[in-house]
Design a protein around this ligand. Structure first.
Ligand code: PGA
Length: 253
């Protein structure tokens, strides 16, 4: 149920400018050095659309990849003011795209819309970071598993290439709040998610499932005891190279 490769994915949200290139460079330099210790990590930074092209053209190694944070459900071009399609993200240099983030769900993204977005992104050969997770009300009502099950069923078609989909369990009540689930609970949820996906889709191995929600350089160590966690989707703390690097270092301490 455990993957050897660990993912550290930054979700910059609506932060960053051209000058943030120095953050990307610092992280890249660290990753090149760190690789010598034989740690197997995949580092992905999902940045605002305005920065994808610059960042992906400046990175010198394959060690850090650039991703986007959302796309429109229509795959290519169309009369959708202010929107960006999977085709355009691919063209800008993105290799990954976050879909189903609770920020976007709260702005109207339904399971069906997310399903269409995933299809568009897969058609463009992008890797998907698909976010799932219950809100506080559902958690208190004991509905965590049923919410997760319906999010997966509602957005992942049996025909989709599961090898291209990374799941990110992000309890909504944990995003940006400093609150994280209890270790025991989190382990149970991860086992549930992995079994649920393996049971319902044709995949030989368990899927890659990340944890996201208030991950920082001080609490990261708690998560390293849960072997089912394949990595992390990091919001606020990924906007600083120091914090992001410390998260990786402290995970292995
Ligand atoms: P956070 O955000 O780490 O700031 O809680 C996580 C996310 O939104 O993906």
């Amino acid at each position: 149920m455990t993957n050897k490769l660990k993912y550290f994915i930054g979700n910059w949200k609506m932060f960053g400018s051209f000058a943030s290139l120095r953050i990307i460079y610092r992280i890249e330099r660290f990753c090149i050095r760190f690789k010598r210790y034989g740690k197997k990590n995949k580092i992905i930074l999902c940045v605002p659309n305005t920065l994808i092209s610059l960042f992906s053209s400046k990175l010198k190694s394959q060690i850090v990849s650039i991703g986007a944070q959302n796309c429109h459900q229509h795959q290519s071009y169309g009369p959708f003011t202010g929107s960006v399609s999977a085709t355009m993200l691919k063209n800008a240099g993105a290799k990954y795209v976050i879909l189903g983030h609770s920020d976007n769900r709260s702005e109207g993204d339904t399971n069906l819309i997310i399903k269409k977005k995933i299809k568009s992104a897969l058609n463009q050969k992008l890797h998907i970071i698909f976010c799932i997770g219950e809100n506080l009300k559902d958690k208190n009502l004991g509905k965590t598993f049923s919410v997760i099950r319906s999010q997966i069923k509602g957005s992942i078609d049996k025909k989709y290439n599961l090898n291209k989909i990374i799941f990110a369990y992000e309890p909504v009540w944990s995003i940006g709040t400093g609150k994280v689930p209890k270790t025991k609970e989190l382990k149970k949820t991860f086992i549930f998610i992995k079994r649920e996906i393996k049971k319902n889709y044709k995949i030989e191995r368990f899927p890659i499932v990340l944890y996201g929600g208030s991950v920082n350089d001080s609490n990261i160590k708690i998560f390293s005891s849960i072997v089912e966690i394949d990595g992390f989707l990091i919001g606020g703390a990924s906007q600083s190279s120091k914090k992001f690097i410390d998260i990786i270092k402290n995970y292995y301490k």
